[in-house]
Design a protein around this ligand. Structure first.
Ligand code: PLP
Length: 380
């Protein structure tokens, strides 16, 4: 099978070193040997989250950590404010509701970012709100939320600050302690460039205090269990973890550390800027406003006269570049370019040459080389 270049907002291309790490022999997951790998992995997660708090890995996708996070700090019938400006904000709200938590939606127009003032207003209106959920990087719309500024607002309230960094950790600025985040969750298959299937979570002291008063109605995702096992010496996970995926995540995090977290974030920002410029050079239109456009995924309006099937089908089948489509009501109306993980000049040059050729081939009046030219100029 010819390798397809994954320009998706996850899963992303996994470096060979990480793939090879997975082929190591399976060891007893309740052994000092595995405990050592788990300790190192969890410590690296905390380093990337930028927190002094302990982090825990969960075998499951990012959604597992979202569910573990909210259901472990809020009781059924208690109130949560969920910022919803896309599919993943909505998912966080629905997860809370599935635990009978009274999650109220703070609606944000898709393609725009939440205004921290609106969060302040909502918290002023209802002092019973126990937590807010925010998605840092709304992957469905390509919008980055101002999590640092929201953190400044949250410092004046008792409500816990829960942030989904599934598609931003390792690719955009995340500073759990600096921004005052109480619960932060992420997944393996995006900017960290590990295979899908692992999630990670960290909780602040305040979140752990809240946890003591919560009778989680989740079994697999009860954070009390992860803490109890994870705080043993050597640490363990409560249930059998994916040993191979833990090796992979550990290797991927070592690569993040070797590159340097700041360098990696800057590389992502550079790729995002280059992508936006190339999109404009091809005469295409961004879906969100450029000022809130994400560092890790760019959402672009589908040009008139072609279908999503024709467009993404051609980039994939003819040119070997896999792009993502729109979600929900954006299906068919936008396509998304993921520039996460290992992405740099080479991947973007191939991607924009494929996009240019595809558009031209489908009869769009475009200078097919304009995107690649723009990429080369961005990286000169
Ligand atoms: N949150 C965000 C922002 C995401 O982009 C995704 C996945 O695309 C998720 C949560 C859910 O992650 P997973 O698909 O790993 O469960």
């Amino acid at each position: 099978m010819d390798e397809i270049l994954l320009m998706l907002p996850g899963p992303t291309t996994v470096p060979k070193r990480v793939l090879e790490a997975m082929s190591q022999p399976i060891v007893n997951h309740r052994s000092a040997l595995f405990g050592d790998i788990l300790t190192k992995t969890n410590n690296l997660v905390s380093e990337v989250f930028k927190t002094e708090n302990k982090s825990y890995t969960i075998t499951g996708s990012g959604t597992a950590a979202m569910e573990a996070g909210i259901s472990s700090i809020v009781n059924p019938n208690e109130k949560v404010l969920s910022v919803v400006g896309g599919k993943f904000g909505e998912r966080f709200m629905k997860i809370a509701q599935s635990h009978n938590i009274d999650a109220k939606e703070l609606t944000v127009e898709w393609g725009t970012a939440v205004d921290p003032k609106d969060i302040k207003e909502a918290l002023d209106e209802d002092e019973d709100i126990k937590a807010i959920t925010v998605v840092h990087n709304e992957t469905s719309t390509g919008v980055a939320a101002p999590i640092k500024e929201i953190g400044k607002v949250m410092k004046n309230y008792d409500a816990l600050y829960v942030v989904d960094t599934v598609s931003s950790l390792g690719g955009d600025y995340v500073d759990v302690d600096g921004y005052g985040i109480d619960v932060c969750v992420t997944g393996s298959q995006k900017c960290l460039a590990a295979p899908p299937g692992m999630a990670a979570i960290t909780l602040s002291d305040d979140a752990w205090i809240a946890n003591e008063n919560v009778n989680s109605n989740s079994y697999y995702l009860d954070m009390k269990a992860y803490k109890k096992s994870g705080d043993k010496t050597p640490p363990e996970t409560p249930y059998t973890p994916s040993v191979s995926l833990t090796y992979a995540l550990y290797e991927a995090l070592k690569i993040v550390k070797e590159e340097g977290i700041e360098n990696r974030v800057e590389r992502h920002h550079k790729a995002a800027k280059a992508t936006v410029e190339a999109v404009k050079a091809l005469g295409l239109e961004l879906f969100p406003d450029e000022s809130v456009s994400s560092a890790t995924v760019t959402a672009v309006k589908m040009p008139e006269g072609i279908t999503d099937k024709e467009f993404r089908g051609t980039t994939r089948d003819k040119f070997g570049v896999e792009l993502a489509g729109g979600q929900d009501h954006l299906k068919g109306n936008v396509f998304r370019i993921g520039h996460m993980g290992v992405v740099s000049y080479k991947e973007l040059a191939i991607t924009f040459s494929a996009i240019g050729m595809t558009l031209k081939g489908l009869g769009i009046d475009v200078d097919s080389g304009a995107g690649v030219k723009s990429i080369t100029e961005s990286y000169l």
